[in-house]
Design a protein around this ligand. Structure first.
Ligand SMILES: O=C(O)CCC(=O)C(=O)O
Ligand SMILES: [Fe+2]
Length: 296
């Protein structure tokens, strides 16, 4: 079994079908060369001085650069990609009233790196979330080609349905091999890990992950892209990053300087003068109470 590939003009139905079966799928050739060049130019100044990882998980020959919404205008375009956002919505909203950007990282695997420990990304929440709730929709945008030789992500398609203790066999491991400009979509429940780089060139991917709006984000978006930078982003992107509410009162803020009562218990959208607040009013008190116990 390998990882299936779809064309860039694929339908959301095809993507969802494969995600359901394999928990991973590649969409070929989405980005053009000029977009790839821009991403390179925007990330290189940060990648060049970043220290390599320091343990078996982050890799001793791998560089990771975050805060991509603040640092890279082109990565903002990727975060808002319409197909990816449709897939995130469909995949995550059965267990949430919304979804948010959860993690941004450029992962640059240098020659000589060994395989990353295989894992399920949902482990960041400590294993407390029932498996029936999908917690993450992830993307890896290939900025260089991804090959088995240069460290393409290792993946165990279908492992989202395995018993939690089932260990992968060597021969079950597949590789997210793809041309630069393609995107690998996978879920928080599939076993995967970075590959070993046995080539003489670096492998660079832009990782953008999404999660239900009620979960704590892996990368703190408010510190990685603070308000003085976020003010220049689009309202749509800000809302996706969490500068918005995730429910009637979830994620409100009060401006500590405000003595006029104007920015008291309001949606973060107000900070930027946006009037939108999807959860500004409760539909009914009954619904609010009934939603507070477990939904089937
Ligand atoms: O670099 C890769 O291909 C995968 C990285 C990864 O899975 C992680 O750091 O969680
Ligand atoms: Fe991972």
């Amino acid at each position: 079994m390998g990882i299936r590939h779809l064309n860039a003009d694929t339908s959301i139905e095809e993507v969802m079908e494969i995600i359901d079966q394999d928990a991973g799928v590649i969409i070929d050739n989405v980005l053009n060369q000029s977009q790839l060049n821009k991403i390179r130019e925007e990330l290189d100044p940060f990648l060049v001085n970043t220290k390599k990882g320091q343990d078996d998980f982050t890799g001793y020959n791998t560089r990771r650069v975050g805060a991509l919404m603040a640092r890279s205008p082109e990565c903002r375009v990727l975060a808002l990609d319409p197909l990816i956002n449709d897939v995130s919505k469909k995949f995550l909203e059965p267990h949430s009233d919304g979804y948010q950007l959860h993690f941004t990282s450029a992962i640059d695997i240098a020659p000589g790196e060994s395989e990353q420990i295989l894992h399920r990304d949902r482990g960041v929440w400590g294993g407390y979330i029932p498996r029936k709730i999908e917690t993450q929709l992830s993307t890896v945008w290939a900025i260089t080609d991804f090959t088995k030789e240069n460290g393409a992500t290792q993946v165990l398609p279908g492992s989202h349905k395995w018993d939690r203790n089932r260990e992968p066999l060597e021969e079950e491991i597949c590789f997210a091999e793809m041309k630069k400009g393609s995107v690998f979509i996978y879920t928080g429940s599939v076993i995967h890990g970075g590959g070993a780089n046995n080539s003489d060139k670096n492998r660079l991917g832009v990782f953008l992950h999404y999660a239900p709006s009620w979960l704590r984000q892996e990368e703190n978006q408010y510190l990685s892209c603070p308000p003085h930078i976020a003010k220049d982003l689009t309202p749509e992107l800000r809302a996706l990053m969490g500068y918005s509410k995730g429910g009637y009162v979830l994620g409100f803020y009060s401006d500590p300087e405000d003595k006029n009562g104007e920015l008291e218990s309001v949606s973060p959208e107000k900070m930027f003068g946006d009037s939108k607040d999807k959860y500004g009013f409760i539909n009914s008190a009954d619904k609010l109470v009934s939603n507070s116990s477990e939904r089937k």
